[in-house]
Design a protein around this ligand. Structure first.
Ligand code: ZN
Length: 426
């Protein structure tokens, strides 16, 4: 499957980390995987995730964004230890791989981001990771309140330690939480540093009406207009959500080439609203998909996001908008483009990195799979993913994780989640 979703029936040869042949000579490989009955797809690229929130699953339900942050998510992030965050990241990556996601853009919390990088390195996952930056807002717990200079210094130290590591599999991004939690000084400095260092910026924008009002009251500007004024738009910027946008803000996203990340399940569960994705795509704006965190979804499953994204736009604009092939491209190639990695991943082409998922389509709920793309977007589910390869390395085969001990991951996530809950009760 290439970036236009053309489908071929052929053998695929991987040499080292890259795709060497498609429909080639049938030369004998060291490892042969029978993909009969499966669709071999580019691994999903989720462009908005919070690995640190995976063990908050089920602990922050039924709230709107600002209360969700203040009452539940910030206190839990503040209580994280090095071991609890590592357990959370491992749980998240295990779930992502089991659902065919091979790459994620993830915003972590203020502290312990190094632990997340270590888990990404050990598990063989591909990720662009950023330490969350928060230098404003007295309502955040003290452990999440940073001095501007310290936030920047720590981000630069992580960038220098991790960006480009593991043969480019691990990358750094600046991750200011959102305009409400960051001073203008911090945002301007991030804009300048990201351009100077050639790394991307990952932040939240215009997710919720209250958030938009807070930014407008303080700056006199609409959220996206404000971000543009501090330099935080452009082809290296990914903005999660973009639910509430004015015509002028859409124009700004278009002219600057800023990437929008659509998180439909999160937007529904926090009752944030429905993002105008079909309109953005008609304007030629880049849109990719993410599950957001397990605290607000509560799954990290690209099949759920693809299906929900398509169904929501049909309710808004009619059944013909956002066909399955467009959604599948958002979940793969467009995600790679948002990360600036479209020449490396996001489609199955000779010379690209071998990031692949085999999805078994001989299931009751996918039969008959007369249109493979339709089956993938509307019928398939995470449990249909059989085998996953990242950077040429098998990380799951026959649904067995090969770089992660699944049982230990569940046990340690459960006990760390109980530990955090106990800390917060004291
Ligand atoms: Zn988020």
């Amino acid at each position: 499957m290439d970036q236009r979703n053309s489908i071929v029936r052929a053998d695929l040869l991987i040499t080292g980390a890259r795709i060497a042949e498609i429909g080639g000579s049938g030369q004998t490989a060291d490892t042969v995987i029978d993909a009969d009955g499966c669709a071999v797809i580019p691994g999903f690229v989720q462009t908005h995730i919070h690995l640190c929130q995976t063990i908050f699953r089920g602990a922050a339900d039924d709230l709107a964004l600002i209360d969700w942050l203040k009452q539940r998510v910030w206190p839990m992030e503040a209580a994280h230890t090095a071991t609890s965050i590592a357990a959370s990241a491992c749980l998240g990556i295990a779930e992502l791989i089991k659902g065919g996601t091979t790459c994620a853009l993830t915003m972590e919390t203020v502290n312990h981001t190094r632990e997340v990088f270590k888990v990404v390195e050990e598990t063989g996952f591909r990720a662009t990771v950023g330490k969350c930056m928060m230098d404003k807002g007295a309502e955040a717990p003290p452990a999440l309140q940073e001095q501007t200079a310290n936030s920047i210094a720590e981000s630069i130290a992580l960038l220098e330690e991790w960006h480009g590591k593991a043969d480019g599999r691990i990358r750094y991004c600046f991750a200011p939480r959102f305009a409400v939690s960051c001073t203008r000084e911090l945002l301007e400095k991030v804009a300048e540093l990201a351009r100077a260092r050639g790394v991307m910026v990952h932040t939240h924008a215009s997710e919720n009406r209250t958030e938009c009002e807070l930014v407008q009251d303080e700056t006199g500007l609409r959220n996206i207009t404000y971000l543009d004024s501090v330099g935080l738009t452009g082809r290296h910027v990914a903005l999660a959500h973009c639910v509430h946008l004015s015509v002028d803000e859409i124009k700004t996203l278009k002219t600057t080439g800023t990437h929008v990340v659509h998180c439909p399940s999160s937007n529904l569960k926090l009752a944030s609203g429905i993002a105008p994705i079909a309109n953005l795509l008609e304007e030629g704006i880049s849109v990719s998909l993410g599950a957001d965190g397990a605290a607000c979804n509560n799954r990290l499953d690209m099949f759920t996001e693809m299906r929900t994204a398509a169904l929501l736009q049909k309710v808004l604009r009619g059944p013909e908008v956002l066909p399955a092939s467009r959604v599948l491209r958002m979940a793969t190639f467009d995600g790679a483009k948002a990360l600036g990695l479209e020449s490396e991943i996001g489609s199955i082409e000779i010379g690209k990195r071998a990031d692949l998922a085999l999805v078994r389509l001989e299931r009751l709920h996918t039969t008959p799979a007369r249109d493979v793309v339709s089956a993938l977007v509307y019928s398939a589910e995470a449990g249909d993913v059989d085998t996953v390869v990242i950077d040429g390395r098998l990380v799951m085969r026959d649904r067995e994780l090969l770089t992660i001990n699944e049982r230990e991951t569940i046990q340690s996530a459960r006990s760390e989640a109980e530990g955090l809950a106990a800390d917060l009760r004291e």
